[in-house]
Design a protein around this ligand. Sequence first.
Ligand SMILES: Nc1nc2c(c(=O)[nH]1)N[C@H]1C(S)=C(S)[C@@H](COP(=O)(O)OP(=O)(O)OC[C@H]3O[C@@H](n4cnc5c(=O)[nH]c(N)nc54)[C@H](O)[C@@H]3O)O[C@H]1N2
Ligand SMILES: Nc1nc2c(c(=O)[nH]1)N[C@H]1C(S)=C(S)[C@@H](COP(=O)(O)OP(=O)(O)OC[C@H]3O[C@@H](n4cnc5c(=O)[nH]c(N)nc54)[C@H](O)[C@@H]3O)O[C@H]1N2
Ligand code: SF4
Ligand SMILES: [Mo]
Length: 768
Amino acid sequence: MEDSQPSLEQSPQPSNASGEPQVKTPNEIAQIKAHTGKDIGGGPPVIEYWAKNTLSAKGPEVWKTLFHKSACLSCAWGTGGQKGGFTNEEGEKLQRCMKSMEAIVAELQPAVEPHFFEKHSIDDLQQLSSMEADKLGRLSFPAILREGSSHYERITWEAAYDLVETAFRQPPERVASYSSGRSSNEAAYLLQLMMRMLGSNNLADCSDLCHRPSTTGLSTMFGSGTSTVSLESLKQADCVVLAGSHAPANHPRLMNELIELRDRNGTVIVINPVREIGLVKYGSPAFPVKSLIPGSDIANLFLQPIPGSDLALFVGIQKSLIERDLIDRNFLAAHTEGWEAVIEQAQNTDWEKITTTCGIHKAEIEAAATLISQSEKTVFAWAMGITHQANGTDNVCSIANTALLTGNVGKMGAGVMPIRGHSNVQGFGSMGVKNDIKPKLREALEKIVGRSLNPNPGYHSRALIEAADEGKVDTLFCLGGNLYAANPDLTQAKRAIGKIDTVVYVATKPNLGHFHGLGQKNTLILPVFNRFENPHKTTVESGNNFVRLNDEGKSHLSEADLVPEVHLLTELAHRLHGNSPIDWRKLQNPRYVRELIAKTISGYEKIGQLDQTKEEFTISGRIFTTPKFKTDSGKAKMQLTPLPDLTLPTPTDFGQDKGTVLALITGRSYRQHNTVVYKNGDKYRGMPHRQCILMHPEDIDAGGFANHQRVTIQGEAGQLDHIEIISGAIRRGAALMFYPEANVLMKGVTDPKSHTPAYKRVPVLVSA
Ligand SMILES: Nc1nc2c(c(=O)[nH]1)N[C@H]1C(S)=C(S)[C@@H](COP(=O)(O)OP(=O)(O)OC[C@H]3O[C@@H](n4cnc5c(=O)[nH]c(N)nc54)[C@H](O)[C@@H]3O)O[C@H]1N2
Ligand SMILES: Nc1nc2c(c(=O)[nH]1)N[C@H]1C(S)=C(S)[C@@H](COP(=O)(O)OP(=O)(O)OC[C@H]3O[C@@H](n4cnc5c(=O)[nH]c(N)nc54)[C@H](O)[C@@H]3O)O[C@H]1N2
Ligand code: SF4
Ligand SMILES: [Mo]
């Protein structure tokens, strides 16, 4: 078995032995259907879900929320806000997807039963699955688990504030926060200001586990770390390259843009080791007649690289463009730096090395290059398949290099577009929630607080876990999220958080972290209103750099003892910092927070007038419609991107003499939001429950396994037993499982430039 491992993964896909470009055919769709019973993504099940929920007893409340003037809770594609629940920034209607409703329905659950925590010990709670934890309902009163106690118990807000205040009065380097991108810009801004005034830059954030390689790579190259493309601009593209994204499940409205692109004869190139059915054909409810039932064709070209090898594929595309003189040398000379070295790098990398690294035939790589060169305006878009790699930042740079070589950044209809995750994750970054503060922001904040602030970087998410594991953290304040289950190596995450004295979870619903990520002395759960329930207006920022205003709302939980996040943070900051130079209690009205944001956050000037104008806006200085970038020279700085070494371990490395070693992709099922599972199984991939591993039929045969056989999956950090093999449309040598369950398997291997974990290329051993 050992000998056959590398070639298993690295041989180019057998279906393309002829070297023909790999375009989907009715036959291939039939193959996927044979595995999954599905021949399109999206389609009628989406409508069934809408009907079921909007016609149920909860229906009126669901409709009310859908029409509430606030941004969708779910993903950062962004919709809703002042234009109304179903309208995007371009004024187009029907821009709400089933995922949006799924998130709303979860928030509209009744409260956790008042005596629930008295009846169930922490041992009981630790038996719950992610889905069971979420289905307990909404958190509705503050609770604490004290050292030596077996049960969470109710606590008053006053007692909770006292405890948290005391916990924060530690040396600043021993205090840390973690945050997740569903809270508002105002809450995010307050969090970082409160922490920085303490002297702590330990502002770990979920983006560390997500798009940080995009921010790192794009900032280096363009002086701006977000998408250079607006929705308006995307609508003018004639080609989209979509790498490492499962948009049909995670950014469904983006699929409408791809359908419209195909309708105007544009081209979609999909790069994904998994032949996701929705990226082949997708039925969108936004186009009920032409698309919903028959499905719309999405990919013109579907390339299935080896997990973690996209950089080699992009260098291959560059090489092919250079060989045929299809690059834009005038553009490069005028608007970029370092282009000669990038060209030289591609020229000096031989085809053999490129094709064996990415596992794709030269002819297919050339076909992709040809399609890009034939297009006037190409948008290069990507998500976690690109960033969740040990060379995530280099991956991003290789994509941006390709875009620059073809003159595709700095004009309408073209550019680089990281597809962001959480609905306000990008806003958190803009508000300065990151462990390393930009000098410009520090200076602006120093003016407000009238003294100097700590310039040294604090802990990002992985460093936080490592530091906690070394006993260097006393207090952890989590504004949303699930630090425990989002991390690699759950055994380490649990142990590390367990060494922190006080852990505070500000949350709307219970999750695995509240039951496994327990502090050594006190663990507090502090319940808050969600976005559409706050008694005041808040804002969020989409991945397309559009700022939305959320109206005030009302919670269905009339008896609940909840506070707004802004209130919680200002109260805590007031206790810690007093009322001068900042009057924190005044900031309980977030309109005053917006005034501070306008003064200190570059590009956000318009937020200062938002309360008067209600005019949602695109952040200035980020959408590049001319090739003038925000670097010191105004030119894009192209980067060298060395090819990765993708050698897999052998069974012996796992302490076994047989079994099949695969490169495991861990990601989301169709019915989950990050660590929160809404429903088991994934119909579109033919995976009936969560304890499945998706494998190529030939890997199943070659390993002596059978479809549906239960096997053991061993990783470097842990193992999972009784996992069911599911034969599916994935390339040879790769496999796919769902997170967070799979996070017991992997060690925290990270990209050295961004510190983001390599969740998408986890070496595992499959054995009977
Ligand atoms: N419904 C729903 N929506 C969500 C979320 C959710 O959980 N549920 N989460 C939100 C968040 S925080 C995020 S970050 C985004 C995540 O959105 P995605 O990035 O789309 O989510 P993943 O499930 O991580 O899937 C990544 C895709 O990358 C592919 N892939 C894996 N490895 C590679 C590789 O080496 N190369 C290439 N080219 N492709 C690869 C996988 O097969 C998969 O199709 O979605 C956001 N939106
Ligand atoms: N193996 C593997 N691991 C991964 C990934 C992967 O693809 N594979 N993906 C990574 C990625 S991209 C990300 S972003 C992380 C996600 O990591 P996190 O953002 O830490 O986790 P979530 O599951 O999104 O957090 C959900 C919780 O947030 C709370 N919440 C929801 N709304 C609100 C609100 O309005 N306010 C507050 N205070 N709390 C709220 C609820 O209690 C809910 O249970 O996971 C990462 N981990
Ligand atoms: S695509 Fe994203 S932002 Fe748009 S409705 Fe769906 S979940 Fe919400
Ligand atoms: Mo994410």
